[in-house]
Design a protein around this ligand. Structure first.
Ligand code: CLF
Ligand code: SF4
Length: 291
């Protein structure tokens, strides 16, 4: 690995397993809307592409989010990364997302910026992401074949139109892969998250890993499905994969690409080191009392 790349990942707790012991990330939940419907997602919870089901995070306005970043970074000195990961999709809320990133870049320029998206609108924003120096982008890609993808997404809403079934999966996958390629061509570090869904995409994961490697992804994070109430998968009796199944799939894919194995599936308002949740110390109500 070259020195420049090493320096860029050394302070990011998700991109470097070593870094997660020493550096913290914080998420600011500024993005409430979503433009697709994953069959594992219930809108009563945070975006399941990055999050474990819990209570939906309290949405912040961009100016509130920037204030929160300054307060948290002042109190938790290990904070090195500010991410936007929901509670919906950041690029379905582009004004709120980019206003927040601009504010953080201006007031806390030492913090790295990180974005996590379903990738549907990625291509539209590649230049903006690059210009704002957002150096880490995660795309959740659960399938690279629409025949598989059609069982994972109920619909997408794209350029003013709703699509379903195989057509929806085709558009989404095409945009995700083209977006990934465009980002890596600009030297942006990309991670791909994939939700492992037994009986739906478990046999397809090696193909996903290969396709993202070919387009320059840096690391693959294969995360277990956590079945959420009120979702298509729950109604259809889909189960969570076992830890062993996740490990076996990660092993199969590891020849192709670096695997992330320390993901904690954190909330859209997570604060602190990975695995610790200090979000309750920094609620909107508490922040209002800080001038
Ligand atoms: Fe957040 Fe995601 Fe950036 Fe990390 S989380 S937006 S890349 S700063 Fe990390 Fe959390 Fe796993 Fe995500 S442990 S859910 S991989
Ligand atoms: Fe839910 Fe995230 Fe999928 Fe949107 S992208 S449907 S918020 S899991």
């Amino acid at each position: 690995m070259n020195q420049d790349l090493e320096d860029r990942i050394a302070r990011h707790p998700c991109y470097s397993e070593d870094a997660h012991h020493y550096f913290a990330r914080m998420h600011v939940p500024v993005a409430p809307a979503c433009n697709i419907q994953c069959n594992y997602c219930s809108r009563k919870f945070d975006c399941a592409n990055e999050s474990r089901p819990g209570v939906v995070s309290e949405v912040l306005k961009p100016e509130e989010a920037v204030k929160k970043v300054l307060v948290v970074a002042g109190e938790i000195k290990q904070t090195s990364v500010v991410g936007i990961a929901g509670p919906g999709d950041p690029l379905a809320n582009p004004e709120r997302t980019f206003e927040t990133f601009r504010g953080v870049a201006k007031k806390a320029s030492d913090l790295k910026l990180c974005l996590s998206t379903n990738g549907l609108r990625l291509l539209e924003f590649v230049d903006q992401i690059h210009e704002l120096n957002i150096d880490h982008v995660t795309i959740t890609i659960n399938a690279v074949n629409p025949l598989v993808g059609q069982h994972i997404y109920s619909w997408i809403f794209y350029e003013g139109k709703r699509y379903k079934g195989i057509e929806a999966a085709e558009i989404l996958i095409n945009n995700q892969l083209k977006g990934l390629e465009a980002l890596t061509e600009r030297g942006i570090l990309c991670k791909v998250n994939s939700v492992l869904i037994p009986g739906i995409n478990d046999h397809h994961m090696e193909e996903v890993s290969k396709a993202i490697k070919d387009r320059g992804a840096f690391v693959h994070n294969i995360m277990p499905l956590i079945v959420t109430p009120d979702t298509v998968f729950e109604k259809n009796g889909i189960r969570n994969p076992t830890a062993k199944e996740v490990q076996q799939v990660q092993e199969k894919c590891s020849g192709s690409l670096k695997m992330m194995k320390h993901c904690r599936q954190c909330r859209a308002d997570a604060v602190g080191l990975l695995g610790e949740d200090r979000s309750s110390e920094f609620t909107k109500e508490k922040l209002m009392n800080i001038s």
